[in-house]
Every structure is written in structure tokens, then in C-alpha cells.
Design a protein around this ligand. Structure first.
Ligand code: NAD
Ligand code: UDP
Length: 322
């Protein structure tokens, strides 16, 4: 059935791919974005489509639309981006969630929240399971994002319990792929940009901290499955690729795949940087019949190939981070 679907943050890295997939499925897609960490070029190719509509709007402000489903992705996601204006980050997570949940309640729409592995903070439980309650420093520089996303999860559960809103919560682990902002400061975009255009690769700490990297197509598939899954499973559900790599291994793989001679350069580890991260995806396997299909080397190559096609001057470097 053709649905009217709102994607907040729809012009971003993940949002633009989600919009693309939903348009291909024949739905009427409304992409809402304030372009804080993205640009129109991410959805330019969708603009001519009859079933695609773009609205420049900030989710912290109320908006009235008639929709059947909402994917709530609006929020700066990279540390450099969300720390740029931390108070606005918290407002976006909390007020954005309230505004979108209000819309879902009024329209009786189903609503999915793009939450994050950051709700686990610097985890003492490894791999992370959904029942783990996390270890977040409420006072640290990452808290605007972590606590904002945790509060948004709480709001989702309370609208569900108190107002019967049909919700879904996915906890996304580090995801990468074409259309990442080349200056977002995330490790994959930094390493590829540095390997292709600069003479150094910046490793924070000694590079022994780990992350698990999921390719964007696998992620978008899981989000859509979760939205369309059974109502009794609202989540939270971990979505990510359980392959775990140290940051040093990632740097070496990037050098190998780009053929770059950039030198590894060591910098201090930022405050509260999690030392390990890997999703337990048993719930996603069970309820969504989903598991990632694209290994890091393959996805990294596709991402490198895309970076080679862009002009860095088309992107604004918004933060002073490397
Ligand atoms: P992104 O920065 O590319 O996308 C976020 C989008 O939201 C951008 O287009 C931005 O302009 C928009 N936005 C920000 N504040 C807004 C506001 N107040 N009003 C309207 N639009 C606003 O990042 P992404 O990686 O595509 O992340 C999308 C979502 O997924 C985010 O909610 C993020 O927290 C979540 N997530 C992503 C990852 C990942 O690794 N990519 C991991 C965990 C969670
Ligand atoms: N990182 C790094 N060099 C960079 C950017 C990031 O070593 O140029 C490290 C960072 O300290 C962290 C990991 O890579 O340990 C992942 O960072 P990212 O910002 O991509 O995501 P997050 O920390 O939110 O998982």
C-alpha cells in the first residue's frame, strides 16, 4: 500500500538513502531538514520525482503534516557536529522527539526513532546487548548527544505507554558509506579524506579503541524492516555490523585500499571516547530476520570510490576538528 512517509533529517547521510529507498518502493516521501549538517545535493536527484517533496524546517519548531509513518533521524550525528552547538543538539533530540511524537499521536502514524549505540556510553558490557543500561558521563562533552538520545528513547516509551503511539526504536552503531560529509570528523570520512588528499592520518589515542562499522545499505534495510515489523516488537533493537576493528586496523586498511602513502599521526584521545563497541544483534536476527551482508573491506572500497568523485570545495567544513 502506498504510504505518506515523513523522514526528518532526510537530506543527511542516512536520511537521503532512506528517502531514496522509500521513493523506489512507490511511497509519497516528505524529506524534512534544516541542512545543519547536510546539503541539498544529497537529495538533488530525488527532486524531479513526483513522489518526493523537500521541506526546509527545524524539528525543534512545531509543524503540521498529514502522514502515515515518520522516521525521526534529524540530529547532528558526528562528534564534531554535535559538539559544535551542544545546547542545540539536546534541543533537537528532545524537542524534535516531542514535536514528531505529537504529530504521530495526532495522525495515528507509526514512528521510528533513530537512536544510537551512544546510549551505552563507554560500555563495561561487551558486546552490547539491549538490556545493558549503559555508562554515560552526564557532564562530559558527548553528553549533549548521548543524553539527548536517551531522553528521546524515554519520550518514545512514554508516548507509547501513555498515549498508545505505535513506536519503534533502533539503536544504530557506527554506519558509513557514500554521502558521508567529508568534514564531519567521523573516523571513516576523516581517514579517507586524509588518505586521498592529505599527507597524514590522525589517530586519536594509541588506536587500540574498537568500533564496528556497518555499511549504509545494510542499515537502511534494517530500519525499513523494523518499521514494517510486528507491532509487539517496539525495540530498542541494535542495528550494526558485529565485525570489530581497532582504529589502527581501520587506518591501515584505508591506506591499503587507497594506495596512499599518508603517515599515521597520533593525537590525544578525546574525553569520554568509548574504548570498545560491538553490537549484539541477536534481537535483530530473531525479529527482523536481518543481518549485515557487506564486510568492511567491500564497503570501504565503495565509499572510497565515491569520495574520489566529489569536490571537497562543494562541502563546508563546519568545525575546527581535524
Ligand atoms: P547526518 O548529520 O548526515 O544527518 C542528520 C540530518 O539531520 C542532517 O541532514 C541535518 O541537517 C539534519 N538536522 C540536524 N538538526 C536538525 C534540526 N534541528 N531540524 C531538522 N533537521 C536537522 O547524520 P547521519 O549519520 O545520517 O545520522 C542520521 C541519524 O542516525 C541521526 O539521528 C543519528 O543520531 C543517527 N545515528 C547515526 C549513526 C551513524 O553512524 N551514521 C549512528 C548512530 C545513530
Ligand atoms: N578517531 C580517530 N581519528 C580521527 C577521527 C576519529 O582516531 O580522525 C577515533 C575516535 O577517537 C573514536 C573512533 O575513531 O575512537 C570513532 O570515532 P567517530 O567520531 O567516527 O565515532 P564515535 O566515537 O562516535 O563512535
Amino acid at each position: 500500500m502506498k504510504k505518506r512517509i515523513l523522514v526528518t533529517g532526510g537530506a543527511g547521510f542516512l536520511g537521503s538513502h532512506l528517502c531514496e529507498r522509500l521513493c523506489q518502493q512507490g511511497h509519497d516521501v516528505i524529506c524534512l531538514d534544516n541542512f545543519f549538517t547536510s546539503q541539498k545535493s544529497n537529495v538533488e536527484h530525488l527532486l524531479p520525482l513526483e513522489n518526493f517533496e523537500l521541506i526546509r524546517h527545524d524539528v525543534t519548531m512545531p509543524i503540521y503534516l498529514e502522514v502515515d509513518e515518520i522516521y525521526n533521524l534529524a540530529c547532528p550525528a558526528a562528534p564534531g557536529h554535535y559538539q559544535y552547538n551542544p545546547i542545540k543538539t539536546m534541543k533537537t533530540s528532545v524537542m524534535g522527539a516531542i514535536n514528531m511524537l505529537g504529530m504521530a499521536k495526532r495522525c495515528r502514524a507509526k514512528i521510528l526513532q533513530a537512536s544510537t549505540s551512544e546510549v551505552y556510553g563507554d560500555p563495561e558490557v561487551h558486546p552490547q546487548v539491549e538490556t545493558y543500561r549503559g555508562c554515560v558521563n552526564t557532564l562530559g562533552i558527548r553528553a549533549c548527544y548521548d543524553e539527548g538520545k536517551r531522553a528521546a528513547e524515554t519520550l518514545f516509551m512514554d508516548y507509547h505507554r501513555s498515549n498508545n503511539v505505535n513506536i519503534r526504536i533502533v539503536r544504530i552503531f557506527n554506519t558509513y558509506g557514500p554521502r558521508m560529509h567529508p568534514f564531519d570528523g567521523r573516523v571513516i570520512s576523516n581517514f579517507i579524506r586524509q588518505a586521498l588528499w592529505e599527507k597524514k592520518i590522525t589517530i586519536f589515542g594509541d588506536g587500540s579503541q574498537t568500533r564496528s562499522f556497518c555499511y549504509r545499505d545494510d542499515l537502511v534495510e534494517a530500519m525499513i524492516r523494523m518499521m514494517n515489523g510486528p507491532d509487539e516488537f517496539v525495540g530498542p533493537v541494535n542495528i550494526g555490523n558485529p565485525g570489530e576493528f581497532t582504529i589502527k586496523q581501520l587506518a591501515e586498511l584505508t591506506l591499503k585500499l587507497t594506495g596512499s602513502k599518508a603517515k599515521l599521526e597520533y593525537h590525544p584521545l578525546p574525553q569520554d571516547d568509548p574504548m570498545q563497541r560491538r553490537p549484539d544483534i541477536s534481537l535483530a536476527k530473531k525479529w527482523l530476520k536481518w543481518k549485515p551482508t557487506i564486510p568492511l573491506e567491500e564497503g570501504l572500497q565503495k565509499t572510497i570510490d565515491w569520495f574520489k568523485t566529489i569536490q571537497l570545495s562543494d562541502y563546508r567544513p563546519p568545525t575546527p576538528r581535524y
